[in-house]
Design a protein around this ligand. Structure first.
Ligand SMILES: O=C(O)CCC(=O)C(=O)O
Ligand SMILES: [Fe+2]
Length: 263
């Protein structure tokens, strides 16, 4: 606990350890450790568009266990390679050059998260992570054999368990691929349920572009017959708005890509 406290994240540095994240303003039943793939990196200090102050984001590593940092970084490097590979395949599937997305990640805000969901005495009253869609381009999740991740089936709204399969990874399309592809791809709504018996561990890596990227439907994919379905939004400002809402319960729901939808 002492080690965790030393690397606790706060409103200035959102990297490190945290035990009370909120999803849509409700506290999640979990503890997390977040670190950046590119360290340090930069993010707008506030979500206000007229405020151009920047903030440096940097990792906080515990001293113990001593090999923790190296193991995390090595794992992240391998998953990063896989993420780029998948982004290349998604680009090809949309009829784009394989490297079409690469430029967006030069100063990437991608991060890896170590999730620990402790057993919960009243699992029917809590969620490990409340229902949400991932805000980044792509997420790759490693999960143990406990289970708890569920995706919402669009046809009937039923929550379907994502069964743990050993040596398999879960790939989630995030909101940005949805916007870039002008809805050809759709991000999936998911959540994590907890149980009273066993703790669960999972390790997602979230592929986030650079803070200055304006996220919008790709020009090659829109035309008169298929006009853009979203207004451009600045990714850094979007994340700054999300970070703010993770630290306090706000009156309003946090920012969503639907806020940029052209109807
Ligand atoms: O724990 C999991 O399997 C997924 C967690 C998740 O959806 C998230 O952190 O965004
Ligand atoms: Fe997620």
């Amino acid at each position: 606990m002492e080690e965790k406290r030393k690397v606790k994240r706060d409103e200035v540095n959102p990297m490190g350890y945290y035990e009370s994240e909120h999803t849509k303003n409700v506290r999640d039943w979990k503890e997390v450790f977040d670190f950046l793939i590119k360290d340090p990196t930069f993010l707008p200090a506030s979500p206000e568009l007229e405020d151009d102050e920047m903030r440096t984001l940097s990792n906080q590593w515990p001293e113990n266990p001593p090999q923790f940092r190296e193991v995390c970084q090595e794992y992240a490097r391998e998953l990063e390679k896989l993420g780029y590979k998948l982004l290349e395949l998604i680009a090809l599937s949309l009829g784009l050059p394989s490297n079409r997305f690469n430029g967006y990640f030069e100063d990437q805000l991608s991060r890896m998260r170590l999730n620990h969901y402790p057993p919960c005495p009243c699992p029917e009253l809590a969620l490990g992570v409340g229902r949400h869609k991932d805000a980044g381009a792509l997420t790759i999740v490693t999960q143990d054999d406990v289970g708890g991740l569920q995706v919402k089936r669009k046809s009937d709204g039923v929550w379907v368990p994502v069964k743990p399969t050993s040596n398999a990874l879960v790939i989630n399309v995030g909101d940005i691929i949805q916007v870039w592809s002008n809805d050809a791809y759709e991000s999936v709504e998911h959540r994590v349920v907890v149980n009273s018996e066993r703790e669960r561990f999972s390790i997602p890596i979230f592929f986030f572009p650079s803070h200055y990227v304006m996220v919008k439907p790709l020009e090659e994919l829109v035309n008169e017959g298929n006009p853009p379905k979203y207004k451009p939004y600045n990714f850094g400002k979007f994340i700054a708005a999300r970070n703010r809402s993770n630290f306090k319960k706000l009156e309003v729901q946090n920012i969503q890509i639907s806020d940029f939808k052209i109807i």
